[in-house]
Design a protein around this ligand. Sequence first.
Ligand code: MG
Length: 398
Amino acid sequence: MTDDAALQRIVILGATGTIGDNTLDVIRRHRDRFDVVALTANTNVAAMTKLVREFAPRFVVMGNDQSRAELIESLSGAGNVEVLVAEQGLCDVSAHEDVDAVVAGIVGAAGLSPVLAAARAGKRILLANKEPMVMLGGTIMQAAQDSGAVMLPLDSEHNAIFQCLPQHINASGEVTMPTLAGVRRVTLTASGGPFRTFSDEQLHAVTPEQACKHPNWVMGRKISVDSATLMNKGLEVIEACWLFGIAPDDVDVVVHPQSVIHSLVEYVDGSTLAQLASPDMRVPIAHALAWPERIESGAPSLDLVEISKLEFEVPDTARFPCLRLAGDAAREGGTAPAVLNAANEVAVDAFLHGRVQFNDIARINEQTLTASSISRDVSLDAVIDADARARAMALSQL
Ligand code: MG
């Protein structure tokens, strides 16, 4: 980096989760580039206390009044930090005038309001939280366009696509956001999850612990289960459509068990560009933190000789119907993706708490999607309403 690079002022939503951990690991290597202005967590007071001592943010947001009180108690005498609470706190720090970039690392629909607030406030948004885009992608992208907010995907597949799309340099020498000029289609890769080779009977019997042990990536529990059902890939297809303005039929999914190629972009001349890296979240995080520059991420170099073999197969939507359901929802549009996402959050939570079997996740999702009336109105209120109805419907299907 150059000495005169301005300090980037950052908010990390979900600072004690996997994305937060990895982001802070990259930031630790570049303290001269980044100023951590705010950190947020749900209820993990012990982890947040440590982070506040290390990064001295101006603001912290906790998920509820009790964890706020516990954090204040735990921090007694540790500097001047203002502790805010819940959704309003998340939105306030995400849109704060002294913030340049927001790392959206919250899981689930809970990230919707703060991502929208950051998009409206013209921030640089480092987006790991895919559910807001699935629910309200059109509105978020429109808000970003109106305010000048820049969307930089952290999801490894979308970050790969971003890197493989044409990059332009405008008249004043700045790199501009990529476009779809000359693009024929994009291909998302999927690891296939831990149960790629399981039979239906084996799938029925899997436990939450098995589902949360991903072969290649270290991730939170919800996204690990989504990876195992292939719903994660389905949500990523919907996310890709919004992020890059691409039609669902122009997004392919291919299973690639090694998770080395993170996604590919094919051009009309027959060229295909791919981004390869070790499966380490710090790669896309460092890319987005520094974009359009490059910085060290801490990830190991890719050793192709050691990997030796890259394999590809067609996803099996008979054993993993969630991927098909997501494609259906993407093509249907309106509130269908929000309904599917809400049903899935309920179903995954029920599975993680031992209330339903693994195969019930797809069943609950399908029944909820089929039984819900899909609205063409995708305003924030309509989507929140569709989300609430779908959660109630999914609960009734457990
Ligand atoms: Mg991903």
